[in-house]
Write a protein that binds this ligand. Sequence first.
Ligand SMILES: [Zn+2]
Length: 327
Amino acid sequence: MPALEVSEQRAARQRAVTARAVASADALWARVDGRLIRASWQQVAEQMFAVLVAAQQASAGGAQDYVAAAVLAAGAAPDPAGELNVAAFAGLAADGRDLRSLLELPSITAVTDVAAGLPADLALQRGRSQLLRTVTSEVTDAGRVASGAGIVADRRCTGYVRVVGGRGCARCIILAGQVYGSATAFDRHPNCQCIHEPTVRGRRGAHLEPRRYFDSLSLSEQRRRFGEKGAQAIRDGADIGQVVNARRKGRLYTTADGVKATREGTTKRGTFYRRERARAIAAGRVPADIGRRFQLRSARLMPEEIYRLAATRDEAIELLRRYAYLI
Ligand SMILES: [Zn+2]
């Protein structure tokens, strides 16, 4: 089986295991009575725990076979140092917290909300979201931790690349295809469904590169995940990483002239800083050996601003280049 298919199958299986657990959790939460939140939750809490542990085991299950199949697909012979103990990946949260107390939190949230004056149905809604998020994270994490262990245990594996699973967010998409050492922890966000794809010596894996992944999305999905103008910039050839990082939390600001700009890439090692310096040197405005004494004078415009300012597509592309989205 081609490597890409192997990892896509694993991702699809993991999504199905998670979706089943989430559906069960939802059904159990529906039994919570808004007037007796804690007591009614207690009646189903043990059942919820059992569902979650079983789902974690199912999620961890198949990790070893998956790693072996991926190694084979990459043209190498698997060499596992032992057999993964699937049960060891269930019963605890990925960060080591106690699963039972983690499962108490949604009902505590709901009770606290009601005490703070929120209507019971809204409080239950919030509790429900928290429960479903917890179940999603703990089930997918069990599978990821097991895959990570399977990669470490197989001497043929040099590490892994990230594969976007499910409805990947923009940040996951730009990390897709990055190569990590086998001991590097998998960085994830709530509801992340991305998986490991094992790599072997001389092979980088068959994952979809961010740009190909982007191209595989429908126009409306592109807009949903990257913003309307961000998606347009990428279609116009802008670098996905530059577009996504520019929008990162804490980087956006509005200049005194009301222009939308980003601080991303503006430090002395940033892409935009270095390109602006090269431009200034080429234009003879600063000496060639100015180095880090160069002072950035212009704000780095956001793609939104670029499309607002540009009269034609050629101009927009020129500006995307100028502001280091096209590199
Ligand atoms: Zn992800």
